[in-house]
Design a binder for this molecule. Sequence first.
Ligand SMILES: Cc1cc2nc3c(=O)[nH]c(=O)nc-3n(C[C@H](O)[C@H](O)[C@H](O)COP(=O)(O)OP(=O)(O)OC[C@H]3O[C@@H](n4cnc5c(N)ncnc54)[C@H](O)[C@@H]3O)c2cc1C
Ligand code: SF4
Ligand code: SF4
Length: 387
Amino acid sequence: MTVSAETLEEVQKTRWRNQWKELKAQVIDTDLCTGCAGCVISCPHDVIGYDHEQGGYIPFHLEDELGPDDCIHGQKGCTSCTRACPRFGIWEAQADDHLFGRTRSEDEVAGIYQDILLTRASDKTINEVGQDGGLVSAILLWALEHDYIDAALVSYLEGDKSSWKARPGVASTKEQILQSAGSRYTYSANTLALDEAREAGHERLALVGMSCQSSVPPVMWSRRIGKVAKPFVFNLGLLCSKTFDDAIFEELFWAKYGLARADITKMNIKGVFQIWTADGGFHEINLKECHAWTRDGCNHCPDFAAEHADISCGGIGENSDWTLTVVRTDLGREIISRMIADGVIESRPGDSDPGAIALMRKLAEKSRRRWPATAEQSVSLGIPAKK
Ligand SMILES: Cc1cc2nc3c(=O)[nH]c(=O)nc-3n(C[C@H](O)[C@H](O)[C@H](O)COP(=O)(O)OP(=O)(O)OC[C@H]3O[C@@H](n4cnc5c(N)ncnc54)[C@H](O)[C@@H]3O)c2cc1C
Ligand code: SF4
Ligand code: SF4
């Protein structure tokens, strides 16, 4: 079901009155919440809490006054949390319309885009530390050097790398960007690093985040949230079908396979969960076995292809050291074209690996089928109803 231009205009014209009470009832209690922390960073009264820990990753209200389901500031007219939430109301159509001036058509199951490329960092070190082609890190470095951004909100590992506990953080130097490279398959709400970036005086930020997080800035802009959205000037999304609860390390990798967290040097998902260990070992674990540790917030997520990013990046493709690169906005195209012209990335047409594009479509459809039939139906666009 498409959202018509008239409906969008009507929503824009109607006074936005939704507050925490509606967010809790329509997103959190219905299990649509991804844990993206958009509401947390947008709350001007700092009354939304969040545990960035195993079994957490869901916002909750911190004040006792009206109980967990209502907010006194909301009663007085504050609506910031729902203006930031990319699972509230007709979020997808609003973000599409804001970014692209139209909503998607039936066949755009992986979102609206301009180009699909395969790219990789020309610099060997960046290519090697990157999860796939090192494109994300190469873009951040180039965007810093060319004054597009002051810093990026990224994900690090807590302590030394052997903890495998992902945490949000700020990268404003080459060393920090390289330190944050690579993928962790547990959740990192990178949006939460916004305060740290602002405290450090960074005003123009790139957000690197999973699909769910990359919808936060466009949804905020479309609902005119105000100054909290201003620092987000560039949006890099990571293709994603799920993240895992941190418990997977102890309860599966260690308990069944004897793989200690501290011995793991790299992980990847290519049809199977691939794990490299410090002793030179390589292990493959069937993804079906990992399924039980899927983080709750991912179970109803419809967005595989980071469909509201300027550029979306993934690792599906026949060559493991290239990044599948979905260029969506004019800004994304400008940055990629200038980087190609500068020779800092190599690129080839996405059509040179048609299997990758077909797989992206297939996985995008699969994710869209997870959106519940009881939720906003425009998000099921392009997916035939189950028989
Ligand atoms: C949890 C997760 C699931 C993914 N699932 C898929 C998938 O199913 N199919 C697919 O094609 N691609 C998937 N990707 C994307 C893929 O793994 C690469 O991130 C992407 O191809 C970019 O590679 P790169 O070499 O260009 O990035 P790099 O240069 O290595 O940069 C990666 C960036 O991602 C950030 N990052 C790492 N881990 C996280 C995290 N957990 N949360 C938020 N930010 C993080 C880093 O801080 C860094 O800035 C997933 C990534 C993650 C993190
Ligand atoms: S989806 Fe994100 S913005 Fe919406 S309630 Fe959950 S954490 Fe908050
Ligand atoms: S599947 Fe990925 S994009 Fe969707 S909620 Fe989970 S982490 Fe976010």
